[in-house]
Design a protein around this ligand. Structure first.
Ligand SMILES: *[C@@H]1O[C@H](CO)[C@@H](O)[C@H](O)[C@H]1NC(C)=O
Length: 260
């Protein structure tokens, strides 16, 4: 009798506890998976589900029943699959997993992704965002992930891609953009030549919106530095740089006209 009462108390306590903490919780099964991605096929990975609870978008807790001798710091891969209600890239992952080299959010209903989301993952080698609901890829999306090798964005609703989105990625070996609103069936590249062609195809078929263009031009560090310098001093250098900037703009306008 006493034991039943204690049990009931524990259950009530845990229910109230859940209701009081408004935060995301990542429930992981840890394994060294035999994944399609050979690069992290033997890397310690969290295959997880994110429990949505309240308005807080931060992941506060992560399952830490690890395999023997492993810790959060050993986790290299994160796989969230078919969690269609997720919609937003969760914040705070990096506080638990510092060294992710592979991130998979497959069929998770993500509608947006930005460079801020990927900023903490400087070592990232591969990302799979297949089967989400992304419509645009901003120009600076991968600016903090220069080591990326493989990018799978197939099966989204992508219509617009920043013109220089892959420019800083020197190690690319695969891009999959198959099955998007703006791409053809064979928008998949693994060889150097194919990658070049795909980047060209994207620039023609998935042009950036004017908003994307202006934010990459006027938001660029160079442009802002120039404005700062102009307001402080007036030199020929600044004028010349601004002229260059304007010529660059004119080229983009011509390019846009050509495509219309
Ligand atoms: C990315 O995820 C999709 C959907 O689960 C899967 O079919 C695809 O093989 C994955 N991409 C790679 C390169 O492993």
């Amino acid at each position: 009798m006493f034991i039943t009462k204690v049990f009931i108390l524990i259950i009530i306590a845990s229910i109230t506890n859940i209701n009081n903490t408004s935060a995301l919780k990542l429930e992981c099964t840890y394994r060294e998976p035999d994944l399609h991605w050979e690069a992290f096929s033997r890397d310690y990975t969290c295959e997880g589900t994110i429990r949505l609870d309240g308005d807080d978008e931060n992941i506060r807790t992560v399952t830490n029943t690890h395999r023997e001798q492993m810790r959060n710091a050993d986790v290299r891969g994160l796989m969230i699959v078919q969690q269609r209600d997720l919609q937003k890239f969760p914040k705070g992952l990096e506080r638990h997993f510092h060294h992710l080299i592979g991130i998979d959010f497959e069929d998770c209903g993500l509608t947006k992704i930005s460079s801020d989301d990927l900023m903490p993952f400087k070592e990232l080698l591969q990302i799979n965002l297949s089967g989400n609901r992304l419509t645009e890829l901003p120009n600076d999306l991968f600016q903090f992930n220069p080591k990326l090798k493989k990018i799978d964005l197939s099966g989204n609703l992508i219509m617009h891609v920043g013109l220089e989105i892959f420019n800083n990625l020197q190690h690319l070996t695969m891009i999959n953009m198959h099955d998007n609103a703006c791409t053809s069936d064979n928008a998949y590249a693994t060889k150097k030549e194919e990658l070049k062609e795909l980047v060209w195809e994207l620039s023609v078929e998935c042009p950036p919106t004017l908003d994307m263009l202006s934010s990459s031009l006027f938001g660029s560090k160079e442009f802002i530095d120039n404005i700062k310098r102009i307001s402080g001093e007036d030199s020929d250098d600044v004028r010349n740089e601004l002229l260059n900037e304007i010529q660059g703009l004119e080229k983009i306008v011509q390019e846009l006209k050509r495509r219309l």
